[in-house]
Design a protein around this ligand. Structure first.
Ligand SMILES: [Fe+2]
Ligand SMILES: [Fe+2]
Length: 190
């Protein structure tokens, strides 16, 4: 688990289980945004062939997750609403520095951290749910998400020296822990 500096507050799962419909709607939006962001990177960095090769299947997998969560949402008779701003992702995006190369590195590492935190929390959902199809679904999602944070760190190492990646990752992980500590707990992935 990408050395996240803090574990999620153990009461977060109660907040989620108390309003699981809201959690599902937010989860669907996260999957869709992950897919769309990956495609944005593919188009922006189309000359970086390793990135293109890795992020197209990643975008497909996240889109597949989106379709699966939407199926659950529609089966429950829920409808999605317009996306709300995600305060966690918004705060992480503020950490991204300017300058084309630094921006590229930060973007990859922030995406890796978002994936790592998501994976940790899907695992908590899988643990917290009663046995049944929904629990099985979150066990599968956690397994599949567990590969994602490593992908972004690997891409960062592909394009930047390992020491630079490590140092920046440490800084960003430290800031992420502070962000998590100050944000309220919501029935949402972050
Ligand atoms: Fe996903
Ligand atoms: Fe993911």
């Amino acid at each position: 688990m990408l050395r996240l500096r803090t574990a999620t507050d153990p009461t977060w799962i109660d907040v989620v289980l108390n309003d699981f419909d809201a959690f599902l709607i937010d989860h669907a939006a996260c999957e869709r945004k992950a897919s769309a962001t990956a495609l944005k990177l593919v188009s922006h960095y189309s000359d970086r062939t390793v990135l293109v090769r890795e992020l197209i299947p990643f975008a497909q997998e996240e889109l597949d997750h989106y379709a699966q969560v939407m199926e659950i949402i529609l089966d429950r008779g829920l409808s999605t609403q317009a996306d709300e701003k995600d305060p966690y992702v918004g705060a992480l995006m503020q950490l991204i520095k300017r300058g084309p190369e630094q921006y590229f590195l930060d973007r990859l590492l922030v995406l890796g951290i978002v994936e790592a935190r998501g994976c940790e929390r899907f695992g908590l959902v899988a643990e917290g749910l009663e046995p049944g199809p929904l629990k099985d679904f979150y066990i599968d999602i956690t397994r599949s998400e567990a590969r994602h944070h490593g992908l972004f760190v690997r891409l960062a190492r592909e394009y930047f020296p390992p020491e630079r990646v490590e140092q920046r990752l440490d800084e960003l992980l430290e800031s992420e822990a502070q962000i998590v500590a100050r944000l309220p707990l919501r029935p949402a992935v972050h």
